[in-house]
Design a protein around this ligand. Structure first.
Ligand SMILES: [Zn+2]
Length: 214
C-alpha cells in the first residue's frame, strides 16, 4: 500500500477543505485550547509538551499510514475504523468524567472504509479462519460493515460531528481531515457553516444510531 497524493492536489478533497497554513487560520474558538496545540503539532511542527493530565480525546481511524504527534500523559485516543465513535460512548463518558472538554475528530483521505464492501468476503473468511462459524461471521461482518462503511470521508466526518453534538452538548468538538501525505490537518468547509447552528441538536442525522444506544 502506498501513500496517496497530497490532499491539496486531489480535486475530490481540495475544494471542500480549508488549509491551516498560518497560525491565524486557526478558528478563534480553538485558540488557547488543546485543539490549537494539536494543530500546531501537525501543521507547524511545534511539539506538544507533556502536561501530566488528560487534555483532550482524539478520535481517529485505525489507518496505519497515520501516526499521532502526541506525547504520553496528554490525550485519550480512540482509534476505530473510519474514526467514528459509534459504540464508544461508554469510553467517552469515562473521558468526560476525567475532566476532558475537547474532542478532535480526525478523518483522512483514501480511507479503506470507503471500500469496505469489497473487503467483506475477505473479512468473513478471516473470521472463519479464526474459528468463527460461517453463519456468525457472515452475519456479524454484514451488520458491522453497514455501520462502519462510508461513501465519502468528508461527509462521514460531518455525520459523526452532528451525531456527537446531539449526544454530548458540553464539549468542544473539532473536526479535521488529515492528509496522509504530509500529516497536515485540514478543516472541512462545512464546519464554518454549521458550527453555530442552534438547531444542530434537533438535526435528524443519526437518529437510528442514537436510538440503538438505549
Ligand atoms: Zn481510514
Amino acid at each position: 500500500m502506498t501513500l496517496p497524493e497530497s490532499i491539496a492536489n486531489d480535486p475530490k478533497y481540495a475544494k471542500r477543505l480549508l488549509e491551516i497554513a498560518e497560525e491565524k487560520d486557526i478558528p478563534k474558538e480553538w485558540q488557547g485550547t488543546p485543539i490549537e496545540s494539536l494543530i500546531l503539532a501537525h501543521n507547524f511542527q511545534k511539539p506538544i509538551t507533556e502536561v501530566g493530565k488528560p487534555k483532550l480525546l482524539i478520535a481517529a481511524c485505525i489507518e496505519f499510514r497515520y501516526s499521532l504527534p502526541v506525547p504520553r500523559m496528554y490525550a485519550y485516543v480512540i482509534r476505530r475504523a473510519s474514526g467514528r465513535l459509534v459504540g464508544s460512548e461508554f469510553s467517552l463518558a469515562y473521558v468526560f468524567a476525567q475532566g476532558v472538554k475537547h474532542i478532535a475528530l480526525i478523518g483522512h483521505n483514501d480511507c479503506g472504509m470507503t471500500q469496505v464492501h469489497a473487503n467483506t468476503p475477505a473479512m468473513i473468511e478471516a473470521l472463519i479462519k479464526q474459528g468463527w462459524h460461517k453463519d456468525r461471521a457472515e452475519e456479524y461482518i454484514r451488520y458491522q460493515a453497514a455501520r462502519y462503511s462510508i461513501e465519502d470521508e468528508i461527509d462521514a466526518l460531518k455525520y459523526e460531528y452532528i451525531r456527537l453534538k446531539r449526544l454530548f452538548r458540553d464539549v468542544c468538538i473539532a473536526p479535521f481531515i488529515v492528509c496522509l501525505d504530509n500529516t497536515n490537518l485540514y478543516l472541512p468547509k462545512w464546519y464554518e457553516e454549521i458550527k453555530d447552528d442552534p438547531t444542530i441538536e434537533r438535526n435528524k442525522v443519526a437518529d437510528e444510531e442514537l436510538l440503538t444506544l438505549f
